[in-house]
Design a protein. Structure first.
Lengths: 218, 390
């Protein structure tokens, strides 16, 4: 994509350490693993089934991934508001609203994302799991990692994902009577809607830059 | 293990005391103590609600959100280069260190790498922001315990470091200097010599603080054996940085991670402490400032030549992909999970900030401690409000 990329010119190297780690994880997960991806010298992604979320996290932890890094969610629906840079007087533009999940696939609009790491090393795994569109409920992993408590509260508050078995699901950042789920893509960023964003600046070519422009496009 | 025993013993004594009170029917009503959000002993607007039984805390919870700015939402309407201006303001005492993992994540998805010179200068500025951040912690620590002198030393010496950061980047607190593919500018003339003399001053500062504070009997009696966090609990809560190393976990992302920075090119060591108490956490941070000055000194000797920026298009579009990059920031592990959809701006950014995890252990660690220890434990855990609330 970019001619400056060094990664494009060299062949993808094999990463035997991560290959064996992924094999161990998939081995312990068995049928609970829905999909997985390993990028050499980068990272491991594993998507597990919704029903087995807590059991899968516990199984991966038992392999030595005892450090709880974070838990959050991703809303894969493209924002209906774009980047909030539309002209308010013009009719709203047509936007791509198709939901495309990222690494390790998926089938639902919301996905949970958690990262566990083996302490003392850089071996980590990004665990994903689909969140059912109707019930929006996933099992809480607080019994496995006590530190997930706040992360699940934040995810519940920001995305509206319920965690069954969470000891204390309350707002953490927002007022207790706040309505709506701010990090959902269909939650408008009001600051961008009530007033045009002043940061829309076109990059203007500097004097004497024309040649460079052409060489980049060629 | 003996430390765990101490803790169990403490709760046993508390339980005995509670039983005794019931037995003589002299049970006192619990009292709820509210500390903050504005309180001289809290840095920033963290509010702690503690339920007390006499002098002992039976339940405590920090109440965050007084400074929530919603950066994760804001990144979705920014372009990649604009995001660095936002993430500067997460941990505002070590702001350059916040930019680095985000830029590295964007570079990872694009498949490019900064030039060796840029990586080197990034590492120097990263360590300078660590020194600026942690030296203020060391001064602030004294204030929390009632000693006023160290904070003057800290502000005096941090100013030298901020001047260096300002000379190189133009901003004292918000450098906004890191770019996809390298850095905005090269180092200014005279930076290297100046930095060397400042590093000498900072090492003196560490000696001063060590003599003033760490050797002090009152300081020791108020921090040793207080707020003990065992290794297993620390890992469960995702504690990172000095808090984790003070619990005896030998883990530093600067050493253990293969990353496009210059830490592997110099000789330094990871500091750990087996105790896991407040004293250990403070001591580890003090030693880390010393190590940082050593890292900077060595890096200054070996800055490679060449440009500080690879050639990138003017309008940066990051291809579709996901990446996780974290670095060992002054407060602990700071990482970004970036999802890009072949656009000028990120589709989703999850900001994993260190203080959020470090403070989530507070309800656990404050259980059973005495009221004056609340402040020392919070101080030793070391948080920046912007880093909790984001």
């Amino acid at each position: 994509m970019f001619p400056l990329s060094q990664a494009d010119t060299t062949e993808a190297p094999r990463d035997e350490r991560r290959e064996s780690e992924l094999a161990a994880i998939l081995g312990v997960l068995g049928a609970n693993a829905a999909d997985s991806l390993m990028k050499p010298n980068d990272d491991i992604w594993v998507r597990v089934t919704t029903e087995s979320w807590r059991a899968s996290v516990d199984a991966v932890r038992s392999l030595g991934y005892t450090y709880f890094c974070f838990l959050s969610a991703i809303d894969w629906m493209p924002s209906p508001f774009g980047k909030g840079e539309d002209d308010p007087t013009a009719p709203p533009p047509e936007r791509d609203s198709s939901i495309r999940q990222g690494y390790a696939g998926g089938a639902t609009r919301f996905q949970l994302l958690a990262r566990l790491v083996m302490p003392g090393s850089t071996s980590g795994v990004n665990l994903k799991c689909d969140v059912p569109d109707d019930s929006m409920t996933v099992e809480s992993i607080v019994p496995v990692f006590a530190g997930a408590n706040w992360h699940e509260r934040e995810t519940w508050e920001m995305f509206g994902i319920n965690f069954a078995g969470h000891p204390d699901l309350r707002h953490i950042y927002l007022p207790q009577d706040f309505e709506g789920f701010p990090l959902r893509k269909d939650f408008p960023l009001l600051a961008r809607i009530v007033k045009p964003w002043p940061g829309i600046v076109d990059v203007e070519p500097l004097p004497g830059d024309e040649n460079e422009e052409e060489s980049e496009q060629s | 293990m003996t430390l765990l025993g101490d803790r169990q013993q403490l709760s046993y004594i508390a339980a005995q005391a509670a039983d005794a009170r019931v037995n003589v029917e002299l049970e006192t009503e619990g009292m709820t103590l509210n500390i903050g959000p504005q309180h001289p002993a809290t840095h920033g607007t963290l509010r702690i609600i503690a339920r007390l039984d006499g002098e002992q805390v039976v339940w405590a919870e920090p109440s965050a959100g007084y400074m929530h700015r919603g950066y994760e939402k804001l990144t979705e309407v920014r372009t990649f280069p604009q995001v660095t201006a936002l993430v500067n303001r997460i941990d505002w005492l070590g702001s350059f260190a916040n930019e680095v993992p985000f830029i590295l994540a964007a570079e990872k998805i694009m498949g490019i790498e900064a030039t060796p010179r840029a990586q080197h200068i990034r590492t120097i500025l990263f360590e300078l922001s660590r020194i600026a951040n942690v030296s203020l912690f060391l001064g602030d620590l004294g204030v929390q315990l009632g000693a006023v002198t160290p904070v003057f030393f800290a502000f005096r010496d941090r100013e030298y470091v901020l001047n260096l950061i300002e000379a190189a980047t133009g901003g004292r607190f918000h450098p906004n200097f890191d770019r996809i593919g390298g850095l905005k500018d090269d180092l200014p003339a005279g930076f290297i010599d100046e930095t060397r003399s400042v590093m000498k001053k900072l090492r003196n500062f560490c000696d001063e603080i060590e003599n003033l504070l760490f050797g002090n009997e009152i300081f020791q009696s108020r921090t040793r054996g207080i707020g003990v966090i065992p290794k297993e609990v620390a890992l469960q809560y995702g504690l990172s940085g000095a808090n984790l190393r003070a619990s005896g976990v030998d883990w530093d992302l600067r050493r253990d991670q293969k990353i496009a920075m210059a830490w592997d090119k110099v000789d330094w060591k990871v500091i750990t402490h087996p105790d896991g108490d407040s004293f250990a956490r403070c001591w580890v941070r003090l030693q880390e400032v010393r190590e940082s000055t050593r890292i900077v000194d060595q890096l200054l000797d070996t800055i490679p030549g060449g440009p500080v920026m690879v050639k990138v298009p003017k309008i940066i579009k990051v291809p579709e992909g996901e990446a996780w990059v974290s670095t060992e920031n002054p407060l602990g592990e700071m990482g970004y999970y970036v999802v890009s959809k072949n656009d000028q701006g990120p589709f989703r950014v999850k900001i994993r900030s260190a203080s959020f995890n470090n403070i989530s252990i507070v309800p656990w660690v404050l259980k059973g401690v005495y009221v004056p220890d609340i402040i020392t434990i919070l101080a030793s855990l070391y948080f920046i409000l912007g880093d909790i609330d984001r």
